[in-house]
Design a protein around this ligand. Sequence first.
Ligand SMILES: [Zn+2]
Length: 73
Amino acid sequence: MTMQTAWPENVIARYLTVGGATVTIWDADQWTPAAATCGGCSASNEDGGVNSSDPRRWAQSHAETCRAIPKPA
Ligand SMILES: [Zn+2]
């Protein structure tokens, strides 16, 4: 299996937002449930709101609406 870029081991999916940022879904571990966070605006499904109980659905819908531009590295 080849990967485009190295992802941290606990990242299970990434979504590109309309603003060019990335929403990352982190896999659950023994301490925390799976969670999605936006690299553009720092929003997270853990903030609550629509689809907040489903990180994948939250990531998909957030990526479609977030226009925050990622901070340069
Ligand atoms: Zn965002």
